[in-house]
Design a protein around this ligand. Structure first.
Ligand code: AP5
Length: 211
């Protein structure tokens, strides 16, 4: 299975990518996670990308493409979470997939209104041990769990200002990719305001794999 998840910030791309990977064995390629790993390593590149990340701006395309490219040939298939995010990245992805002789099965657009997203992001917590994403109301972090002891932290870019900027960039640059993929017959839109398991079911239906 090779699918691309498109969606505004907080629509559940990371949440669904993890669930889809668990159910299908596909690899998760999350450029956001790669950016955060680089920041954590405190490398020169990490310090550079942190400035973009914390402001809610896109990291320059060449850096993101270099991060994603080595994973695209994975034989187990993949779920792309957060890449491509503009037309230039989509075109580079097309070229790379052609070189690798692999095809995208589906592009899934997770749809939710901005107001719901701001609420979701302010309640998001991520485990520093497992990377799993939680929500303080909808999917609370476990207490005293050996499987996931946490700590459960808020992301540096989940400030109101950065969230607003990320949504603005999504509508300007990423949302037009829906037309880009619809023209190729690859797009399917999924209502992401439903519960987390319901969204997973609908995505699996759309890509032809049952939960
Ligand atoms: P990235 O990590 O990709 O962040 P994002 O796009 O802002 O997306 P989010 O992770 O905020 O949202 P999500 O849709 O994954 O939601 P989640 O599943 O966590 O990118 C971070 C930064 O890296 C970018 O700003 C940029 O600087 C850089 N970057 C990354 N890729 C790039 C690229 N291609 N080009 C340039 N720069 C790039 O869910 C959110 C919350 O909602 C959670 O708490 C979850 O539990 C809850 N939730 C999820 N689904 C549901 C549901 N159905 N019902 C109730 N609650 C739910």
């Amino acid at each position: 299975m090779r699918i691309i998840l498109i969606g505004p910030q907080g629509a559940g791309k990371g949440t669904q990518a993890k669930r889809l990977a668990e159910k299908t064995g596909a690899r998760i390629i999350s450029t956001g996670d790669m950016v955060r790993e680089e920041i954590k390593s405190d490398s020169e590149l990490g310090r550079k990308v942190k400035e973009y990340n914390d402001r809610g701006e896109l990291v320059p395309d060449d850096i993101i493409v270099e991060m994603a490219k080595p994973h695209l040939g994975a034989p187990e298939g993949w779920v792309l979470d957060g890449f491509p995010r503009n037309e230039a990245q989509a075109r580079t992805l097309d070229e790379t997939l052609e070189e690798l002789d692999v095809e995208v099965d589906r592009v899934v657009a997770l749809e939710a209104p901005d107001e719901a997203l701001v609420k979701r992001l302010s309640g998001r917590r991520q485990s520093q041990t497992t990377g799993r994403i939680y929500h303080i109301e909808h999917d609370p972090p476990p207490q005293n769990s050996e499987e996931d002891p946490g700590p459960f932290v808020q992301r540096d870019d989940d400030t109101e200002e950065a969230i607003r900027r990320r949504l603005e960039i999504y509508h300007e640059q990423t949302e037009p990719l829906k037309d880009y993929y619809a023209e190729r017959g690859l797009l399917v839109e999924v209502d992401a305001t439903r519960s987390i398991p319901e969204v997973t079911e609908e995505v699996l239906d759309a890509v032809g794999e049952r939960a």
